[in-house]
Design a protein around this ligand. Structure first.
Ligand code: DGY
Length: 349
């Protein structure tokens, strides 16, 4: 048996030549563009059903590469921040049937335009909730317990001073008020994980009251009240046009001087110059960011110079378990979209 692959333009068709009956079995596999190769089990699912054109280098794809890569494809597997907007959809052309993003965030996809063109869109909520909640708690503890300074002290010779017993002392969650901006799936999972630390009060703000608030005894309050009363302010809401820059000078000025701000949502939620000023001037105590704008944050960005700012490289969902589950779901969304079937996890209409 011989396998001959013929590339006709941008479409790739596989022909299997069978010696026995001299029959030719033609199997046309849909062509898909993969902007960043997912973990192996997800990639295998895709490769089993599709011909793939994939970005295999370990870096973010450029806009030019995106526009070139999508030409003539039937499916796109993407991640934030790979923009799938009108221009990309036009570049792909009428063959495009499905877009699948390996993320819960959808801000990089023009959903309205996809809907108009009858292109299915799938995403990967739920499977990353626990991992993201763990990252948020880790970042909160790293920030409140000053781990950035502690790690540096070990290698920089700062280890050993006692300073009246207050050496590298941080802030405790015990008896604290925690404010969660966005009590969605991830917000709820964070709240559940923080409760055992002895949190006294849980506040949350957002567009609407959530029926699951009772699960964690959280109180729905205005954004202003949350800022004023919280010892820890955690942003884990989804991003939209209204909340870009929500955490600005005015927001930081309403927070307690001893407050700690954590962001595992999106970098654009924060006005970063205002955050720098707030941290530098002591308007707030510290910040922990898993997301920045842009990503990666340039190495010479002023936020890196602050010992009270802990930054991680957008690792919210970075557990092997979560990433495999995301890849699997994203692959199944993609394949279902190409077949015109109901997606396992379609974006809400
Ligand atoms: C998500 O799933 O949206 C994560 O932030 C990864 O980008």
């Amino acid at each position: 048996m011989a396998l001959i692959s013929l590339h006709i333009g941008l479409r790739c068709t596989e022909y299997i030549y069978r010696e026995a009956g001299k029959d030719i079995l033609e199997m046309a596999k849909p062509l898909v563009f993969v902007t960043r190769v997912p973990p192996p089990q997800g990639m295998k699912l895709i490769e089993d059903s599709c011909t793939t054109r994939a970005m295999r280098e370990d870096r973010f794809i450029t806009r030019e590469e995106m526009l070139e890569g999508v030409v003539g494809v039937e499916g796109i597997l993407c991640h934030p921040p790979d923009k799938v907007d009108k221009v990309v959809l036009d570049a792909a052309g009428p063959s495009l049937k499905g877009v699948s993003t390996m993320s819960v965030g959808l801000e990089h996809i023009d959903l309205t335009e996809c809907r108009k063109r009858g292109i299915s869109v799938g995403y990967t909520p739920n499977v990353l909730t626990d991992a993201t909640a763990e990252t948020t708690v880790s970042l909160l503890l790293a920030t409140s317990r000053r781990l950035k300074e502690a790690f540096s002290a070990v290698v920089d010779g700062g280890w050993g001073s006692w300073e009246n017993g207050l050496y590298l002392c941080g802030k405790t969650l015990l008896e604290s008020t925690v404010g969660i901006v966005g009590l969605g799936r991830i917000g709820l999972a964070i709240a559940k994980r923080l409760q055992p630390f002895g949190v006294k009060k849980l506040l949350y703000s957002g567009n609407s009251r959530k029926e699951w608030e009772e699960e964690v005894g959280a109180e729905f309050v205005s954004f202003e009240r949350l800022l004023q009363e919280s010892d820890f302010v955690i942003a884990c809401c989804s991003i939209n046009k209204e909340n870009v820059g929500l955490f600005n000078k005015s927001a930081f000025s309403k927070m307690k001087k001893s407050a700690i701000f954590i962001n595992t949502s999106r970098g654009v939620l924060v006005h970063q110059d205002d955050l720098y000023d707030a941290l530098k001037s002591g308007t707030i105590m510290a910040a922990g960011l898993d997301v920045t704008s842009p990503e990666p944050l340039p190495r010479d960005h002023p936020l890196h110079s602050l010992k009270n700012c802990v930054i991680t490289p957008h690792i919210g969902s970075a557990t092997v378990y979560a990433r495999n589950a995301m890849a699997d779901l994203a692959a199944r969304n993609l394949i279902a979209g190409l077949k015109g079937e109901v997606l396992p996890s379609p974006v809400p209409q």
